[in-house]
Design a protein around this ligand. Structure first.
Ligand code: NAP
Length: 360
């Protein structure tokens, strides 16, 4: 595999820092550009970060003396130096959408963590184990943008990456009908640490702006189908969600209730999870977990602190599967929000796009 030159747009942020760690020694990708807002531009990564580094691993030494670009004003220079960029910026939706389109139109593909383009009908929103076939929409998007190489591909919202993967392999045979989910979401999901958000210590906040809508709508796009030049979202299963912010540094947990059209037995569900492999595993992508879905028989698992880092934070943990009094079943699930749910999911998507020839 040839090495691809990549940039990180939003390199100083919570997700950008994760990208820096994941990409510093990546077998396929070389980080040649770091960019953020005009506040950071012109500073070295070390200076721009100041005391903001919030990962437990130290910042990669080889990136610290790189000088940051202004993601907006230096766009042409950046596009000329890289094969593609990873993007995770904190900007109003319309500005993010416009910025990503400008990169794509400059013939620089964008692998995005932002929500701005997720529901655009010709933008693939991909969890590589679940709906890798959606990347086939890229030629249609290129046609709309008038590009030869440039396009935008996105990963989905972080919390659904805990509760959709266990449902996905069951849907084909048993047909998932209704899903009620309550998510318990870490503070890093808001780009925060306890130092920067002391109000979260010993506290639960029962509101995360826009999250419940995303949690109910985005799964339908994952189940969607390509029809002509667009991805048409599925109309079922029906999702209802409540999303709570909880005092946890990393790791989003979900408590799920589910009805099927044909109710499977418990053993079949667990076997299905154990045997499930997706395109990421078939292609042996460097960031793919060997076992995507880990089922725990212990009553008190998965636990956020114990289980969020399974398979480098790229696996999804599931437990407590049991019959319910109102629904067919209920279970608990967990995914690392800045790894599987953000930067790791972005890197895995980029690996899929490279392996399938979309970055050449
Ligand atoms: P964050 O920690 O607040 O970081 C924001 C980044 O955006 C910083 O690098 C910042 O640069 C940059 N930025 C701000 N204004 C900019 C501008 N005008 N031009 C270019 N860069 C600009 O946010 P985050 O948590 O990393 O989230 C970033 C994105 O990922 C958001 O869209 C978020 O919804 C999404 N996401 C986050 C998570 C998560 O778990 N945290 C999960 C999934 C998706 P400066 O340092 O120069 O200000």
């Amino acid at each position: 595999m040839k090495k691809y030159k990549v940039g990180i747009i939003g390199a100083t942020g919570m997700v950008g820092q994760r990208f820096a760690l994941l990409l510093a020694d990546h077998p396929w990708f070389d980080v040649v550009v770091l960019a953020a807002s005009e506040r950071s531009a012109g500073k070295t990564y070390r200076e721009a970060l100041g005391s903001r580094w919030c990962m437990t691993d130290p910042a990669p030494e080889k990136l610290l003396d790189m000088v940051l670009f202004d993601a907006d004003k230096d766009l042409e220079k950046i596009a000329a130096q890289v094969d593609f960029v990873f993007c995770a910026v904190n900007l109003p939706k319309a500005e993010t959408k416009a910025l990503e389109e400008r990169y794509a139109k400059a013939e620089c593909p964008v692998v995005s963590n932002n929500s701005a383009n997720r529901l655009a009908p010709d933008v693939p929103m991909v969890v590589p184990e679940l709906n890798p076939e959606h990347i086939a929409i890229i030629p249609a998007q290129r046609k709309r943008l008038g590009t030869n190489r440039g396009f935008i591909a996105v990963k989905s919202n972080c919390s659904l990456q805990a509760y959709v993967p266990p449902l996905f392999p069951l849907h084909k045979e048993y047909v998932v009908k209704d899903v009620a989910v309550c998510t318990y979401q870490a503070i890093s999901g808001a780009g925060k640490t306890f130092e920067r958000w002391p109000e979260m210590i010993d506290n639960v906040i029962p509101f995360i702006g826009g999250e419940e809508e995303k949690s109910e709508v985005e799964p339908l796009k994952l189940w969607g189908t390509i029809q002509g030049d667009v991805i048409v979202p599925a109309t079922t299963p029906h999702f209802t969600a409540q999303c709570l912010r909880v005092p946890v540094s990393d790791g989003h947990m979900g408590a799920v209730f589910v009805n099927f059209e044909k109710k499977p037995d418990r053993e079949t569900m667990i076997e299905t999870w154990k045997n499930f492999k997706g395109r990421a595993q078939e292609l042996q992508l460097p960031s793919a977990p060997k076992q995507f879905l880990h089922y725990f028989e212990e009553d008190d698992r998965p636990q956020t602190r114990l289980d969020r880092m399974i398979e480098n934070g790229m696996a999804v943990s599931v437990g407590r599967l049991r019959e319910d009094t109102l629904f067919d079943y209920k279970f608990v699930c967990l995914a690392h929000n800045t790894l599987r749910g953000a930067a790791g999911g972005g890197v895995l998507l980029a690996e899929l796009l490279c392996a399938e020839g979309y970055m050449d």
